[in-house]
Design a protein around this ligand. Structure first.
Ligand code: IMP
Ligand code: MG
Length: 183
């Protein structure tokens, strides 16, 4: 990862800490959802690394689906709707849905998505989010499973991108400011 690490300021969460925490969350989900019909819904594209690791840490016969969404409006607008760029493949009626996401910031996207999936008749909808930028929250959304709290800085790696890049960094990092100030 030498090429990409040149652009990195700090490693916030190491591979080892990620692995350990994701395994813990997997164990917790295994306990909490025993005997239920679970769908892990990964939010593309950021959730990919977390989803891949988390699903293998859950010892239940879950199914996997994906959505690609973005919230309407700016971070300070209390928008209640999401723009669905790719919808679920399967019906979630009667299912226990766990939305799997890389990072929660204002909470606007998840605050809109959770009620939408409930309306579709899911038995339950909860959130498993790897990184929580808690101090930025404007919408109060309960997150059942949180990996790590992160500071209000620009985060890349383990699914998080800057201009679609750095998602493939195996650790959670902050970018050098020269990267986003250079043209
Ligand atoms: P929200 O503000 O909670 O609706 O966050 C929506 C989306 O913003 C997240 O799913 C991420 O895709 C993106 N995002 C927020 N903070 C960061 C960051 O620090 N790095 C990369 N993406 C971020
Ligand atoms: Mg995202």
């Amino acid at each position: 990862m030498e090429q990409m690490m040149k652009d990195i300021e700090h490693v916030l969460v190491s591979r080892e800490r990620l692995d350990a925490r994701v395994r813990e969350i997997g164990r917790q989900i295994t306990e909490d959802y025993a005997g239920r019909d679970v769908v892990l819904v990964g939010i593309l594209k950021g959730a990919m690394p977390f989803l891949c690791d988390l699903m293998r840490a859950v010892d239940l016969p879950v199914t996997i689906d994906t959505m690609c969404v973005s919230s309407y409006g700016s971070g300070t607008v209390s928008s209640g709707s999401v723009n669905i760029k790719k919808d679920l493949d399967k019906d979630i009626r009667g299912k226990d849905v766990i939305i799997v996401e890389d990072i929660i910031d204002t909470g606007i996207t998840m605050a809109a998505l959770v009620p939408l999936l409930r309306q579709r008749g899911a038995s339950s909808v909860e959130l498993a989010i790897c990184l929580d930028k808690k101090e930025r929250r404007v919408k109060d959304v309960p997150v059942k499973y949180v990996g790590f709290e992160v500071p209000d800085e620009f985060i890349v790696g383990y699914g998080c991108d800057y201009a679609e890049k750095y998602r493939n960094l195996p650790e959670v990092c902050t970018l050098k400011s020269e990267v986003y100030t250079r043209a």
